[in-house]
Design a protein around this ligand. Structure first.
Ligand code: EPU
Length: 421
C-alpha cells in the first residue's frame, strides 16, 4: 500500500503540462475494437485505468505495440473473443464501453458489470435502453451483461438522462449498424466529441457530437486511419488551476484547451482569482494574491460546471471568505471527502446533494483517506495548503486518473512524496 506525505504551506509556482483526458482515453481504447485493422493512439495518460483497458484488449485477441509511454498501436484484426470476465471489468467504470464496441462489430458481448468510484447508485439502464433501441437483446444476471446483437439496425434513441457513458456506448453500438441512428438528449462533454472524432477518422460517419442530437450513418467496416491524439484532460488542468488559487501561487498550465475550462475559469474569476488565457487557446496562467471570495457552485452536464471538479473546488471554498455552497447535480454521494476535510479543520456541513462551507482561515495536516479519484485529488490539494504534515491514504484511486501527480507537484515546488507502507 502506498500513501502520499505532504508538508504543506508551499506556494506553488511554475509550468505544468497536461496529459490526454482519462475519460476520453478509456472510451477510445474500447472504440478501437471496431476497427478491422490497426490504429495508433497518442497523448495517452499513463494511468492505471489505461493499463486495464490494454489488458482487456489483449485478453480478447487484440495486439498492442507500445511505441512510447504515451503512444500505442492497436491491431484489432484478430479479435476472437467477445467475453470479458468480471474480475477485470469491476476494477473500473469504463469497462462497459466494451459492450457497445463488441456488439457493434461482433453482434455479441458478454461483459462483467463495471466498477469505478463509489459516488452513489450508478445504474446502466440508459446504456441498455440504447442497445435495445437498436434491436439488441440484453440480459443482466449474475454480475454479467450479455447482449445479443444479431438483429441490430439503426434506430432512434432518446436518453432519459444526460449520460456520458450511455451517449458514448450508443455511438459505439451504432457505428457499424446498418441504417441511420439518431441519439437525442445526449452528453456534450469534450470526451464525447473526442470519441466521435476518433471514430470518424477511422472511417465512421458520426455527425453532431457536441450538440443535443447525434446522427450516425452506419458503415460496414472501419479500416483504421492516421494516428489520433487524445484531447487534453480538462479535469487534470482544472485541478492544477485550483492548486494555484489555493496556495496563492502562480501556475501556467500547458497543453490544455482553454475553451473546455470556461466554467472553471468563470468561477475562479468570480472568486477573485486571475486567469489569463493565451491567444492560441492552449495554455492558461492562474495566480492569486488575496483570499478568495465565497461562491455558489452547482454541478451540471457540460458546458455546466463539471462534477469531477466539485471536490477540488470544495477545498478552495473551505478556505474562502464567508459562506459558500455547492449543489451536486449529477451524483447522489459525492461529498464523502468533506468529512476528511473537516478532520483538517474545515467547517463543512454536507447533507444529501448540498453542502455549506463556512470559510476557515487555515487547514491543519492530518491523516486522511481518499474514498474516490477526485476526493483524492481534493485531499492532496488540502495537504498542499495545510499547516503541517498530511498523509493521504487510498491513493490507488488517484493513480486511476492522474499521471505522476506527486512529480508534477514537486516540480511546482511542493514538498510531497510517495511512500510504501
Ligand atoms: N445514469 C443513469 N442511468 C444510466 C447512466 C447514468 O441513471 O444508464 C445517471 C447516473 O447515475 C448519474 C448521471 O446519470 O446520476 C450521469 O452519469 P453519467 O452516465 O454521465 O456518468 P458516467 O458515464 O458513469 C462519466 C465519467 C465520470 C463523470 C460523469 C459525469 C467516465 C469513465 N466517467 O461517468 O467521471 O463524473 O461522466 O460527468 O467517463 C471521474 O472522472 O472522476 C468520474 C467519476
Amino acid at each position: 500500500m502506498e500513501k502520499l506525505i505532504i508538508n504543506g504551506g508551499k506556494r506553488l509556482e511554475g509550468i505544468v503540462e497536461i496529459n490526454g483526458a482519462k475519460n476520453a482515453a478509456v472510451a477510445i481504447l474500447p472504440a478501437a475494437v471496431l476497427i478491422n485493422g490497426k490504429c495508433t493512439i497518442e497523448n495517452l495518460p499513463n494511468i492505471s485505468d489505461i493499463k486495464l483497458c490494454c489488458q482487456i484488449l489483449e485478453s480478447i485477441g487484440a495486439k498492442i505495440r507500445y511505441i512510447s509511454p504515451s503512444s500505442i498501436e492497436i491491431d484489432s484484426t484478430n479479435i476472437n473473443k467477445t467475453d470479458i470476465s468480471p474480475e477485470i471489468t469491476r476494477k473500473f467504470r469504463a469497462s462497459y464501453y466494451f459492450i457497445g464496441s463488441l456488439l457493434s462489430r461482433f453482434h455479441r458481448a458478454q461483459v462483467g458489470s463495471p466498477g469505478g468510484c463509489n459516488l452513489g447508485t450508478r445504474p446502466i439502464d440508459q446504456h441498455i435502453k440504447a442497445f435495445e433501441a437498436l434491436g439488441a437483446k440484453v440480459d443482466c444476471e449474475g454480475g454479467l451483461i450479455t447482449a445479443d446483437g444479431r438483429h441490430m439496425q439503426g434506430g432512434h434513441i432518446y436518453l432519459d438522462i444526460v449520460s456520458v457513458g450511455a451517449t458514448i456506448n450508443a455511438i459505439l453500438a451504432a457505428t457499424l449498424c446498418e441504417g441511420v441512428t439518431e441519439i437525442e438528449n445526449v452528453a456534450k462533454e469534450p470526451h464525447v466529441v473526442d470519441v466521435a472524432n476518433f471514430l470518424n477518422m477511422m472511417g465512421a460517419n458520426i455527425r453532431g457530437a457536441g450538440t443535443d442530437l447525434i446522427k450516425i450513418t452506419g458503415v460496414k467496416e472501419l479500416k483504421g486511419g492516421p494516428s489520433y491524439a487524445i484531447v487534453p484532460d480538462q479535469i487534470e488542468a482544472g485541478t492544477y488551476m485550483i492548486a494555484a488559487a489555493v496556495t496563492k501561487g502562480d501556475i501556467t498550465i500547458k497543453n490544455c484547451i482553454t475553451k473546455h475550462l470556461d466554467p472553471i475559469t468563470a468561477k475562479l474569476r468570480e472568486m477573485g482569482v486571475t486567469v489569463e488565457e493565451n491567444d492560441d487557446g492552449d495554455a492558461i496562467r492562474v495566480y492569486c494574491k488575496t483570499r478568495t471570495k465565497k461562491a455558489s457552485v452547482k454541478t451540471m452536464p457540460y458546458p455546466g460546471f463539471p462534477t469531477d471538479m466539485q471536490p477540488q473546488f470544495g477545498v478552495l471554498l473551505s478556505l474562502s471568505e464567508g459562506t459558500s455552497y455547492i449543489t451536486e447535480g449529477i451524483w447522489d454521494s459525492r461529498f464523502q471527502y468533506t468529512a476528511e476535510l473537516n478532520k483538517m479543520g474545515a467547517n463543512i456541513n454536507a447533507e444529501g446533494k448540498r453542502a455549506v462551507f463556512e470559510g476557515v482561515d487555515y487547514l491543519t495536516g492530518s491523516q486522511v483517506y481518499a474514498t474516490d479519484l477526485r476526493a483524492g485529488a481534493a485531499l492532496i490539494l488540502a495537504g498542499l495548503v495545510a499547516k503541517g504534515t498530511t498523509e493521504v491514504l487510498g491513493i490507488e484511486h488517484v493513480d486511476r486518473g492522474y499521471e505522476h501527480i506527486e512529480k508534477k507537484f514537486q516540480a511546482l515546488g511542493a514538498d510531497i512524496r510517495r511512500v510504501s507502507e
